[in-house]
Design a protein around this ligand. Structure first.
Ligand code: WT7
Length: 659
């Protein structure tokens, strides 16, 4: 499909009346989401958010709602004081819900463990005491590099309890990436595990941390190590401490202190259009208010729900919709450690069946993967407990949406497509499942209290039936409060293209009913399986290799993962012989894995003689994308040398790539 056909296809969707799925009366019965919620929020946006924030427990109630005087650095509920961990734990225990299961944990090897709110509360108090005994105090940064296990939640909430700022680093990142993040945040402590269970093998997490900290000059005083798989690790005396020993020695009572609503809660790094990841800073009160509110309204949360978000805590989805949202709401959830296809593709469905999962929240990549392997697999299981499905991280194509509803949702479960970002902290666009007639593939409406506008490059608001750029016009409680250590970059990246508005970097369309369609990134940010990767960062890693003279990376459409990383590399003249003696393609892919992490390894890597450039020396990624997606190469008239593209296309068609 050419770029033009793809565009026509998207416009087609905006102007074609579609079948809609109104909420079934049986579904709506018993909902706690008021029918006039959206109208109320539209009439009094700040009042709505204040009302949502009052659902939290405040040690000092707030009197101010929003202070936008230092825009774009917002302050929400700034004179109020609260503790995030108290909101997620103590208040539920105090209300007599301590015996309720917070987490049904399923380990990859098959071990299971139910953790109640009372147990989680005690563990977090112990861990808070451990952190304090190590000299960690309010405002200190703690890096967390852990698998999907309950201890990860304990570690995060223990930081929150003492006012320390956690920076969770996804387990798929390399030691270099860990070091970069540890240095940027100035982390005092690292919490890791001896390893992580992945597809029957052990991912060596502690080794990665050791390698990250090998070079002196970092800020880390201690490394706390949780023992998870049966796996021996090296020990750095004086620096390394065993989590289990420290926890056993610690008291399980910890008096929590309240912090100002704007006290930093966490930093989370994400990729942008440059080579350096950005540490988005989130604070306490506004973030917690919006994640909890959206977790209730987008998912129509009820007391007897068993909720399951399949994301990893290393991404924002895990922060907001595994840790803070569900726990602030006192929900019961499933947490699964391992891969969806281990030991077989039945794994997720066995878990749904075993725990009677009612709300299931996953990424389109996973859904498309299951579509390809066939409906027989989910149909072997009783999935009838599911009453609502969620989608997150990337656009969901209408075919995947229909399949998801029919095969996983029994033909009746509403699908809530939630659009948001690390920067937004919480859902921004999502249908209200109890009220909206759903359309396959549309995010539909901003969540109550959020105001967005799709505009053209010139700032004009697009008409129904048109595509444009998604902007957010009013501040929202869970918005990032900046980029750690770089206020200018925050302003420059998000607030400078369209003054007074937040620019998300996403394209969107508005259909004839005024519903929103999210169309993916319009910048050099790729979205692979719902994970954000930067072309510049991967190019930077490739040129660090001794073989490489130049590199260009594009995100190419991929049927399963949405996009895939495709790299084009020009070798250094002096290295051609050396490269010919090894498998240079494999070596370069592995190298990217080492520098950034295995998630960033290119799917395809082509060695080419030259990259297509304009007369001013700019790489024409658009043409490389044509090649990577197997299309006829587009307009080459601005190239210095049009034969370059013929050579590249010829080489690619000749199969000079790696599968
Ligand atoms: C980017 C944000 C949201 C948490 C996980 C990813 C894309 C996210 C959707 C959706 C279409 C989506 C956007 C966005 N995205 N959700 N429902 N439909 N696109 O967080 O790593 O910060 O990435 O993911 O392009 O900008 P993230």
């Amino acid at each position: 499909m050419s770029e033009n056909e793809a565009t026509t296809d998207k416009i087609e969707r905006l102007i074609t009346p579609l079948e809609t799925h109104p909420p079934a009366p049986e579904f709506v019965a018993g909902t706690k989401v008021p029918a006039d919620l959206r109208e109320r929020a539209a009439a009094d946006r700040l009042g709505y958010w204040a009302e949502q924030a009052r659902e939290l427990e405040w040690a000092t109630p707030f009197t101010e709602v929003l202070d936008w005087s230092n825009a774009p650095f917002a302050k929400w509920f700034a004179d109020g004081e609260l503790n995030a961990s108290v909101n997620c734990l103590d208040r539920h225990v105090a209300a007599g819900r301590g015996d309720r299961v917070a987490i049904h944990f399923v380990g990859e090897p098959g071990d299971t463990r139910d953790v109640t709110y009372a147990e989680l509360h005690r563990e977090v108090q112990r861990a808070a005491n451990v952190l304090e005994s190590l000299g960690v105090t309010a405002g200190d940064r703690v890096a967390i590099y852990l698998p999907m296990i309950p201890e990860t939640v304990v570690a995060m909430l223990a930081c929150a309890r003492i006012g320390a700022v956690h920076s969770v680093i996804f387990g798929g990142f390399s030691s270099d990436a860990i070091r970069q993040r540890v240095d940027d945040a100035g982390a005092k402590l690292v919490i890791t595990a001896n390893g992580s269970n992945r597809k029957g093998r052990v991912l060596p997490l502690k080794e990665a941390v050791d390698a990250a900290l090998e070079r002196p000059g970092h800020t880390v005083e201690h490394v706390l190590v949780i023992e998870r798989p049966d796996h021996e690790v090296e020990w750095v005396e004086g620096r390394d401490l065993r989590w289990h020993d420290a926890m056993a020695a610690a008291d399980d009572v910890h008096e929590a202190r309240a912090f100002g609503a704007e006290h930093p809660l966490f930093i989370l790094y994400t990729s942008g259009t440059t080579g350096t990841p950005k540490g988005l800073l989130h604070t306490t009160g506004g973030y917690l208010a919006q994640v909890a509110a959206t977790h209730r309204t987008s998912f129509d949360l009820r007391d007897d729900d068993v909720y399951w978000c399949t994301a990893d805590v290393g991404w924002v989805t895990g922060h907001s919709y595994i840790v803070y949202g569900p726990l602030a709401n006192g929900a019961t959830q499933v947490m699964y450690e391992g891969a969806h296809d281990f030991p077989t593709l039945d794994r997720w469905f066995e878990i749904v069946e075993r725990y009677g999962v009612t709300i299931f929240y996953a990424a389109p990549t996973a859904i498309r993967g299951f579509m390809r392997s066939g409906r027989e697999i989910p149909q072997r299981h009783d999935l009838s407990s599911i009453r609502l499905l969620g989608s997150v991280g990337e656009p969901i194509n209408p075919e995947a949406w229909e399949w998801y509803r029919e095969v996983i949702g029994g033909g009746t479960a509403p699908i809530v497509d939630t659009w948001w970002q690390t920067e937004t902290g919480a859902h921004m666009i999502a249908p209200l499942p109890t009220q909206d007639a759903l359309k396959a593939g549309s995010g539909q409406k901003p969540v109550p209290g959020v105001v967005v506008e799709v505009i053209a490059e010139d700032g004009r608001r697009v008409d129904p039936g048109e595509m444009g750029l998604l902007t957010i016009t009013e501040p929202w409680p869970a918005m990032a409060r900046g980029i750690w250590g770089d206020d200018d970059r925050f302003i420059e990246t998000y607030w400078s293209q369209f003054p007074g508005r937040y620019f998300a970097g996403d394209g969107a369309g508005v259909d004839l009913d005024g519903d929103l369609w999210l169309l993916g990134r319009v910048d050099d940010v790729m979205n692979v399986s719902g994970h954000r990767l930067s072309t510049a960062e991967i190019e930077g890693a490739l040129v660090e290799h001794r073989f490489t003279a130049e590199a260009a990376v594009v995100g190419a459409a991929d049927e399963t993962t949405g996009q895939a990383v495709v790299a084009f590399v020009v070798l250094k003249e002096s290295q051609r012989e050396a490269a010919a003696e090894t498998d240079a393609v494999a070596a370069l892919r592995e190298w990217v894995g080492r520098i950034i992490g295995r998630i960033a390894r290119p799917r395809d890597l082509y060695i080419v003689d030259e990259l297509p450039k304009t007369r001013s020396g700019k790489i024409m990624r658009r043409l490389l994308k044509d090649v990577a997606e197997g299309r006829q190469v587009g307009d080459t008239s601005t190239l210095t040398d049009a034969s370059v593209m013929q050579a590249i296309a010829g080489g690619v068609a000749g199969g000079a790539h790696d599968d």
